[in-house]
Design a protein around this ligand. Structure first.
Ligand SMILES: Cc1cc2nc3c(=O)[nH]c(=O)nc-3n(C[C@H](O)[C@H](O)[C@H](O)COP(=O)(O)OP(=O)(O)OC[C@H]3O[C@@H](n4cnc5c(N)ncnc54)[C@H](O)[C@@H]3O)c2cc1C
Length: 317
C-alpha cells in the first residue's frame, strides 16, 4: 500500500489549524506515492471534526471515538491499530506538544523510523524529509531508506487545506487495553495568560528589545488594541519577564502563521525567524536598515518605533 495517513489534532473542543496543514502535506505526498490520503481523528466530538476534515483531496476520514482529550496511551493504542490495518507508507503527526509526546511511542509500536520536525517532504522512489539544524542556521535532508515511516510535521510550514471534498467517513473500532492506560485527564488549570494562543492569532503585533524598557510596552499594546491584534514577543522580552512565555515567537517559543505579523524593534535572528516566517505578510519596523528582519519582511519601515508606532495607532484609531 502506498497510502498516507495524517493524524488530526484538537484541543478543548477545537480542531487545531495544524490538522488542515497536515492534509495539504499529506495530499501532496499521496499524489507522489500514488496512494490515498486518510485522516485520523481520535476522541472529542469526532463527527463534527470529521466534517471539518473532509477537505478537498481527503479520501477517507477515520473517526476513533475514544476519550475527550488527548491521552498518550489511548492515542498510541488506537493509532497503532489503525496504522496496522491501513499499513500506510507514510504516517504524518503534528510536531506539537501532543504529537511529540506520542509519535516516538507510535513509531516504536509500529517498528518504523521516525523523522521529527519536518519542514519539507518529497517523494520520488523514497521519502526525503527536510529539517532545520543548528537552530535553523542550516537545513538537513533526511533520506528515509525504509519503505514505511512516521514523520512529525512542523506547524505553519504548509498552507491549510481548504474546500469541501467527498471523503468517506468511517468509524474505526479500536480495542483499548485499559490496564495499559496509565493516565486520565481530570481537568485543566490555566496558567497565567494561558488563554492566549498566539499560534492561532490572525494578526500579531510582536515586540522586541528595541522597545528598550518595560514601561514602554503600552505603546505597542495600544497599537494591538486599535487593530484587534494579539501581542507576541521576541525572547529577550520574555527573558526579562515583561511578557509571559506563551507570547514568545521562535525556536524555543511558538511557531506562528498569522495573516499579518508586525515585528517592532526585532532584529530578525534566525531563532526568531524560525517561528514567524510562515506569516502571510510580514511588516518590520526597525531603525537599522541592515537588520535581517528586512530579509523576510514584505514591507519594511526603517524608522524609530517611538515615532512610527504612535502614528500607526493614530491611523487605526
Ligand atoms: C538556542 C536558542 C534559542 C533561541 N530561541 C529564541 C526564540 O524562540 N525567539 C527569539 O525571539 N529569540 C530566540 N533566541 C534569541 C535570538 O538569538 C535573539 O537573541 C533574539 O531573537 C533577539 O531579540 P530581538 O530581535 O528582540 O533583540 P535584538 O537582536 O537586540 O534586536 C533589537 C532590534 O531593535 C532595533 N531597534 C532598537 N531601537 C529601536 C527603535 N527605537 N526603533 C526601532 N527599532 C529599534 C535594533 O536595530 C535591533 O534590530 C534564541 C537563541 C538561542 C541561542
Amino acid at each position: 500500500m502506498s497510502d498516507v495517513v495524517a493524524v488530526a489534532e484538537h484541543r478543548r473542543g477545537e480542531l487545531r489549524a495544524v490538522s488542515l496543514e497536515l492534509i495539504t502535506a499529506g495530499r501532496d505526498l499521496a499524489d507522489h506515492t500514488g496512494g490515498r490520503l486518510h485522516v485520523a481523528v481520535v476522541g472529542g466530538d469526532v463527527d463534527a471534526y470529521a466534517d471539518s476534515l473532509s477537505c478537498e483531496g481527503v479520501d477517507v476520514v477515520h473517526t476513533i471515538d475514544e476519550g475527550e482529550e488527548f491521552n498518550h496511551d489511548i492515542y498510541v493504542q488506537t493509532l497503532t491499530q489503525l496504522a496496522t490495518d491501513l499499513d500506510p507508507q507514510v504516517l504524518l503527526v503534528p510536531h506539537t506538544v501532543n504529537g511529540m509526546d506520542y509519535a516516538p511511542a507510535l513509531a516504536t509500536a509500529l517498528d518504523r523510523p521516525l523523522v521529527t520536525d519536518a519542514v519539507a517532504l518529497e517523494y520520488a522512489d523514497h521519502l526525503t524529509a527536510t529539517r532545520e539544524l543548528y537552530g535553523g542556521k542550516v537545513e538537513g535532508t533526511i533520506e528515509v531508506g525504509a519503505d514505511r515511516a512516521l514523520v512529525t510535521v512542523r506547524p505553519a510550514e504548509w498552507p491549510a487545506a481548504t474546500g469541501t471534498g467527498d471523503a468517506s467517513i468511517e468509524s474505526f473500532e479500536a480495542t483499548i487495553d485499559e490496564s495499559a492506560v496509565g493516565s486520565t485527564v481530570t481537568g485543566f488549570d490555566e496558567v497565567a495568560g494561558g488563554d492566549v494562543d498566539i499560534s492561532e492569532a490572525d494578526l500579531l503585533v510582536s515586540v522586541g528589545r528595541g522597545i528598550d524598557e518595560e514601561e514602554n510596552l503600552p505603546l505597542v499594546e495600544e497599537l494591538a488594541e486599535v487593530t484587534g491584534a494579539t501581542i507576541s514577543a521576541s525572547r529577550p522580552i520574555v527573558d526579562n519577564g515583561w511578557l509571559p512565555k506563551n507570547r514568545q515567537v521562535g525556536q524555543s517559543g511558538k511557531t506562528v502563521a498569522p495573516d499579518v505579523y508586525i515585528a517592532i524593534g526585532i532584529s530578525g535572528a534566525v531563532q526568531h525567524v524560525a517561528g514567524m516566517k510562515g506569516a502571510d505578510t510580514i511588516i518590520a519596523i526597525n531603525t537599522d536598515p541592515d537588520a535581517p528582519i528586512f530579509d523576510v519582511a514584505d514591507y519594511g519601515i526603517v524608522g524609530d518605533l517611538f515615532e512610527v508606532v504612535p502614528e500607526l495607532t493614530a491611523h487605526f484609531e
